[in-house]
Design a protein around this ligand. Structure first.
Ligand code: ATP
Ligand code: MG
Length: 451
């Protein structure tokens, strides 16, 4: 088989067949004139891109055979990019084909350049998707393999997690809701020498204040009404492993004192007990709160902060991880597709645009929920922006380019001024423009001169 990318052309007109074969020298063109021929070529050569004339025998003047073949191709090769050809002015059939999962369409008579452009783009998308699938298929052979990312910022976070995992230092994971604090804590444990020991997580925000102490430290029989038997707390249960204190900022002050004492002395006393029990655990904490501000307000103990945050790792929000939203969306599609057998198999163009443009305030958790929803809602094999409930997202409202540029200029200038501490000449240098130009822009965009 040749090295050129394989393109299957399904066309019943021998003249057009010849013309297309000749026009696509860059590809290894496979020809088929009907459904059986096309399916045979599909099985034999697995072409990533197919052009399909909807008017095929036995219905050369209609579209029924072409649409049926389209469905069959996508059922057998969900990732194939099928470009359909419809008769002149027959936009309705084109729409139906797209709804069934066709990649794109063009109208006859054929404009070789236009079709060539569409075919080129189809190969490009097919290659990108294949690469994505290859990356996701990568077996999680390393503990951090469970973390799906391609963004430099997040890869830095993973590298840092891997480095601290080998040590015994306490780690504080900071990140907004849904950024992956718990998955990273688990990955840290799995990459550490304690991997064979337990990983015990406790969400300090989810447990009522009066129960939290017993939950953490355990209790002796008879310590309080209902304490019918001696029970180990989460700290003890994590012995030899990792204790993950999620939402550590929600621990009430009196309990912060007890926790601090445990971290300093590495012994616990159960509620109602008098015995000091030594416990060896590694502590990983997480919070979405600003602990520094809480310290300033007297709501979090500074001495405890320094004990739990020997190393602090900040997880960037999803919107600051270029490319990750789509990568994760594919990951979750694969993970949850089984919930609806025969359900959608890929993201259509509107879904891809929506995923790339949405600002994801709920981060990875929101993304996973939307993909789960879309799998259930989708009508055809391709998920739409509407299935993700993102069709009306303000991020997706088209704005005139001029306005978009003004917005991004404004952002860049404000950032440069912030970084320069208000020095206009320094900001101009950082922006790569002259000082007068910057003054002009600031006037135009209504940015006040820094005092
Ligand atoms: N980079 C990632 N790769 C794969 N899955 C991820 C990634 N980040 C998060 N997830 C998944 O997204 C979901 C949310 O992640 P996680 O629970 O770790 O977030 P969190 O920061 O603890 O959120 P919350 O603040 O809401 O508790 C989980 O199902 C998790 O498995
Ligand atoms: Mg969490």
């Amino acid at each position: 088989m040749s090295e050129r990318p394989r393109l299957l052309v399904v066309e019943d007109d021998p003249g057009l067949q010849r013309q297309l074969k000749w026009a696509y020298e860059a590809y290894e063109v496979l020809l088929a004139a009907d459904r059986p021929g096309a399916l045979a070529a599909l099985e034999a050569a697995d072409p990533p891109v197919v052009t399909l004339d909807l008017g095929l025998p036995p219905d050369p003047d209609g579209v029924s055979e072409g649409l049926a073949l389209l469905e069959e191709i996508l059922a057998r090769r969900p990732h194939a990019k099928v470009i359909v050809a419809s008769g002149h002015g027959d936009r309705e059939s084109a729409r139906r084909a797209i709804a069934l999962g066709a990649f794109d369409f063009y109208q006859k008579p054929i404009d070789i350049d236009e079709l060539g452009f569409i075919v080129g783009r189809a190969f490009h998308v097919a290659n990108l998707e294949a690469e994505n699938r290859r990356l996701q298929a990568r077996t999680p052979d390393t503990p951090l393999g469970a973390i799906v990312t391609g963004s430099p910022e997040m890869l830095k976070v993973c590298a840092m997690v891997e480095r601290v995992a080998a040590t015994n230092v306490s780690v504080l994971l900071l990140g907004a809701s849904g950024t992956g604090k718990e998955v990273l804590a688990r990955a840290l444990h799995a990459a550490s020498p304690r991997a064979a020991g337990p990983f015990v997580a406790i969400n300090c925000a989810a447990i009522p204040e009066n129960l939290l102490e017993a939950e953490l430290f355990g209790y002796e029989r008879g310590a309080f009404t209902g304490a019918v038997k001696t029970t180990e707390g989460k700290i003890e249960l994590a012995k030899g492993g990792t204790l993950f204190l999620d939402e550590v900022g929600d621990i009430p002050l009196p309990l912060q004192v007890k926790l601090l004492r445990f971290i300093q002395e590495r012994v616990i006393e159960r509620v109602g007990g008098r015995r000091s029990i030594p416990v060896d655990v590694r502590i990983v904490c997480a919070t979405h709160q600003n602990l520094k501000a809480m310290i300033a307000d007297g709501r979090f103990r500074e001495d405890l902060f320094y004990r739990i945050a020997e190393v602090t790792i900040t997880i960037p929000p999803l919107k600051d991880r270029p490319g990750d939203a789509l990568l994760l969306a594919h990951h979750f599609l694969q993970k949850h597709a089984g919930q609806r057998p025969g359900g959608p198999v890929r993201f259509g163009p509107s879904a891809v645009a929506a995923i790339n443009l949405h600002s994801w305030p709920g981060n990875v958790r929101e993304l996973e929920n939307r993909v789960k929803r879309a799998i259930i809602m989708a009508d055809g094999p391709a998920i739409t922006a509407e299935d993700l409930d993102l069709a009306d997202s303000p991020d997706l409202r088209p704005v005139p380019l001029k306005e978009a540029r003004a917005q991004s200029d404004r952002r860049a200038i404000l950032a440069a001024l912030a970084a320069s501490g208000g020095s206009v000449s320094q900001a101009a240098r950082a922006l790569g423009i002259s000082r007068p130009t910057l003054y002009d822009l600031m006037r135009e965009l209504g940015i006040d001169q820094p005092a």
